[in-house]
Design a protein around this ligand. Structure first.
Ligand SMILES: [Zn+2]
Length: 364
C-alpha cells in the first residue's frame, strides 16, 4: 500500500517536473522572439532615419526637355526666377522676360550633396528669353543711331532736324532678342556733330586774294574800272542792308573757281523765290544781259556802291525806278549762264565787284 502510494507520488512528481521544464522552454522561446523583433524594429528605424537624413524630398523642375534643378518647393524656384528677371531689368527696364514653355514640377528624393552641387541659376538663365524694344534713328534712310528709349531717340531726331532742316529723320521701334550696340548719349552727340557738319547749309566763302587778281568782264551797264575805294566800301558796309533772299544756302562763294573769277555770291533756292532790294536805291539796269547774267537788275545805292541781282526768272522793276530796302524786285530763276535756280548777288564799289558775302554775313 505504502509502496503504491510512493509510486503514485513519485510519478506525479516526475510529471510536474516535466511540465515545469516544458513551460520554461516556451517562455525562453517567446523571450527570444521578442528580442529579435525589437532588434529588427531598431535596425529598421535607424536605417529609415539615416535614409531620411541623406535623401530629401524635393521638387524637380524642368522646362521642356531641359532639366533645371531640385528645389525645396515651388516658391524657391519662383524666387530664383524673379532674381534673374530683376537682373535683366536692371540693364533695361523695358525688357520682356519669358520662358518658351511652362516649367514642370515633380516630387523627387535626392541626396543633400546633389542639391548643393547644382547650378540652378546658370541652368535657368540659359532658358530665359528676352525681348527688348529699341528705337532706331535713321538719317536720310540710313540707320545712324539706336536708343533704349523712344524719348532719347525722339530728342536726337528733333535736335538733328533743328540743326539741318533738309534732313529726313525717322524714329522706328524694333523688337529684338538682344539689345546689341546701343548708342550712348556721348556717342550720339558726336554722331550729330558729324552729320550736322556734313550737311551744314551755310558755307563761309573763301575771300583771299580777291581784289588784286580781279579782271573785270564786259557787262552792260558797267562803268569804267575804277580802283576800289576803301572809304566807299567801309561806308557801304557801315550802312548795312539785308539778305536779298529768304534762303541762306550759299551754293558758290565769291572768289576764284580754278582759273576764273566768280564775281558774286550764289544763293540757291527755288524757282520763283522773291528777290529783295539789298537797301534803298535807284534801279539803273533792268533786263536781259547777254554775257551770262541772264535777266539782271542793278541798283545804285549812291556813293559809288551798287548791287547786282542775276539769273532772275522774272523782273518786276524798271530802270529809273526808286526802290526801298526789302522791296521785291524780281523772282529767282536760272537764266543766263546758270546750272540751277539761284541768285547771283554782286556788290560793286565804283563798278568793281567785291566780296558780297561781307555785306550780308552780319545779317540774319
Ligand atoms: Zn554766280
Amino acid at each position: 500500500m505504502f509502496n503504491l502510494c510512493y509510486n503514485i507520488i513519485s510519478d506525479l512528481k516526475g510529471r510536474c517536473k516535466f511540465l515545469i521544464w516544458k513551460i520554461s522552454g516556451v517562455i525562453k522561446t517567446l523571450r527570444f522572439i521578442f528580442f529579435v523583433v525589437v532588434l529588427l524594429v531598431l535596425i529598421f528605424c535607424s536605417v529609415f532615419i539615416t535614409i531620411m537624413n541623406v535623401y530629401k524630398p524635393t521638387v524637380k523642375v524642368s522646362i521642356g526637355e531641359k532639366f533645371i534643378g531640385y528645389f525645396a518647393n515651388k516658391q524657391q524656384f519662383d524666387e530664383v526666377y524673379n532674381t534673374l528677371v530683376a537682373e535683366k531689368e536692371q540693364i533695361n527696364t523695358d525688357v520682356k522676360v519669358y520662358l518658351e514653355s511652362d516649367p514642370t514640377f515633380a516630387t523627387s528624393y535626392v541626396r543633400d550633396s546633389l542639391i548643393a552641387d547644382q547650378n540652378v541659376y546658370t541652368n535657368l538663365r540659359a532658358e530665359l528669353k528676352t525681348e527688348y524694344t529699341i528705337y532706331n534713328v535713321a538719317v536720310n534712310g540710313q540707320k545712324a543711331m539706336t536708343f533704349n528709349t523712344s524719348d532719347e531717340a525722339n530728342k536726337y531726331a528733333a535736335s538733328l532736324k533743328t540743326e539741318v532742316a533738309k534732313l529726313n529723320v525717322d524714329v522706328t521701334p524694333e523688337k529684338v532678342a538682344e539689345t546689341g550696340e546701343i548708342t550712348t548719349i556721348e556717342r550720339a552727340d558726336s554722331i550729330v556733330r558729324d552729320i550736322v557738319s556734313r550737311n551744314k547749309e551755310v558755307v563761309t566763302p573763301n575771300t583771299k586774294n580777291v581784289i588784286k587778281k580781279y579782271t573785270p568782264t564786259k557787262t552792260v551797264g558797267t562803268t569804267a574800272n575804277v580802283a576800289v575805294s576803301a572809304e566807299v566800301a567801309n561806308n557801304a558796309l557801315a550802312q548795312g542792308g539785308i539778305w536779298p533772299t529768304s534762303s541762306r544756302y550759299i551754293s558758290s562763294p565769291f572768289g576764284w573757281r580754278g582759273s576764273s573769277m566768280h564775281t558774286g555770291t550764289d544763293i540757291a533756292g527755288k524757282s520763283g523765290d522773291p528777290i529783295y532790294a539789298y537797301k534803298d536805291g535807284v534801279v539803273t539796269f533792268s533786263g536781259w544781259n547777254a554775257s551770262g547774267y541772264g535777266y539782271l537788275v542793278i541798283i545804285n545805292h549812291g556813293n559809288g556802291f551798287s548791287t547786282w541781282y542775276a539769273h532772275n526768272s522774272k523782273i518786276i522793276v524798271s530802270a529809273g525806278e526808286t526802290v526801298k530796302q526789302g522791296q521785291q524786285i524780281s523772282y529767282m530763276g536760272t537764266t543766263g549762264y546758270s546750272t540751277g535756280n539761284h541768285l547771283h548777288f554782286e556788290t560793286r564799289i565804283n563798278g568793281t565787284p567785291v566780296n558780297s558775302y561781307n555785306y550780308i554775313a552780319a545779317y540774319k
